[in-house]
Design a protein around this ligand. Structure first.
Ligand SMILES: *Cc1c(COP(=O)(O)O)cnc(C)c1O
Length: 373
């Protein structure tokens, strides 16, 4: 079966893990420090590693002072991780619509939802592209909001010549098994705000002050103070060892993803009932490859028929304003999200996929749609 997404691992990652196991220091130490240094060099700003991308978002929100009674603007069309990270702080995620070309947050819609409790906006870089991120920063600046970028899809992507995370307020990445690079599970927070960095360094280690510095020297903190709520969110050396190798392999992994996306785009952009995202895959590293199918009556039939010919597909995402936990009492009106959701299907993309397979997937997709629309 052709998988929607998968990890792509070599002997080198496996040997790196064995190296950590042999040294018998599994927690947070040398490898995590090295991975953070490598990430910082790559992105151009300090990076702090944690257990997963959701934890990165949670700690970023907490460090930005977001808590009970506060509101954070976020697109409904995102993974539930964005929402859970916000609500974990006690704050309320405020569902916003997306713009129809890039499926990134529509700041004009977000503007209508501003209240005196609004503290931040969390743009999610859907599929690896950031949309008009400059406009979102302008909007945030005008309204005194922090920007916490959910950049889980966008590791390695460029925006106006700069690496995502290398500019702006706070960016959070995920290194879970299927992201652009993986550390097994894992994630990081990137910022150049010293206050934020200090808070996150402590809060990932149960709030134990300066424990990061001690652990990087191979020590632990036995006498310490704690001044704020922390979490057990640090990364392990096992994870970091995988991440370091994957970061070395980024050029290979990303160019593979880009060439597959270009192939999809070449075939599908001329089909008038299919809409694809308008990105330049020289700049954007495609994490997923969603297509919008005009007048698709029953997505589940299409997905089942494709699975019958061994092609997995996905749905990115079920909008969060439909979930019991986040449904508002008053109906939220998100016309773009509501209209695109039933017609969204994600096609397989990962570095082990071949161009031949992409061509075959397109062929099957088009013939299935002919029968359905
Ligand atoms: C993967 C992902 C996350 C969370 O990352 P985890 O490492 O899985 O916790 C957050 N937001 C989006 C959009 C994601 O795709």
């Amino acid at each position: 079966v052709i998988r929607l997404s998968k990890s792509t691992l070599t002997k080198v990652e496996k040997e790196a893990v064995m190296g950590v196991l042999d040294r018998e220091f599994l927690g947070m130490g040398y490898e995590v420090q090295l991975f953070e240094e490598r990430l910082s060099e790559f992105i151009g700003r300090p990076a702090i590693c944690v257990v997963n991308g959701t934890a990165a978002l949670h700690l970023a929100c907490q460090a930005a002072g977001i808590g009970l009674g506060d509101e954070v603007l976020v697109q409904s069309l995102t993974y539930v991780a964005s929402y859970q990270a916000i609500s974990a702080t006690g704050a309320k995620p405020i569902s916003c619509d997306v713009v129809p070309d890039t499926f990134t947050i529509d700041w004009r819609d977000a503007e209508k939802r501003l209240t005196k409790h609004t503290k931040a906006i969390m743009p999610m870089h859907y599929a690896g592209g950031v949309g008009k991120l400059n406009e979102i920063y302008d909007f945030a600046k005008c309204n005194g909001l922090r920007v916490i970028e959910d950049a889980a899809h966008a590791f390695g992507s460029l925006y106006r010549g700069q690496r995502v995370g290398g500019f702006g307020d706070i960016a959070c990445f995920s290194f879970d098994g299927i992201k652009n690079i993986t550390s097994g599970e894992g994630g990081c927070i990137v910022s150049d705000d010293e206050e934020i960095l200090k808070k996150v360094r402590d809060s990932r280690l149960l709030g134990v002050e300066h424990d990061t510095e001690n652990r990087f020297k191979g020590n632990r903190s036995w006498e310490f103070d704690v001044t704020s709520q922390g979490w057990r969110y640090h990364m392990s050396n096992i994870m970091a060892a995988i991440g370091i190798v994957q970061l070395d392999r980024f050029p290979e992994l990303s160019s593979k993803r880009k060439s597959l996306a270009k192939c999809y785009a070449d075939i599908l952009s001329s089909v008038d009932y299919i809409k694809i995202l308008p990105y330049d895959f020289e700049e954007v590293v495609p994490h997923i490859f969603p297509v919008l199918i005009d007048n698709l009556k029953d997505r589940s039939v299409l997905r089942k028929n494709l699975l019958d010919v061994n092609i997995q597909t996905g749905i990115h995402y079920q909008p969060n304003h439909m979930l019991s936990l986040y449904r508002d009492i008053e109906d939220v009106n998100l016309p773009v999200t509501d209209s695109i959701f039933p017609e969204l299907v994600s096609l397989p993309i990962h570095p082990d996929l071949s161009i031949k397979e992409v061509e075959m997937i397109c062929e099957k997709l088009l013939s299935e749609i002919q029968c359905l629309v």
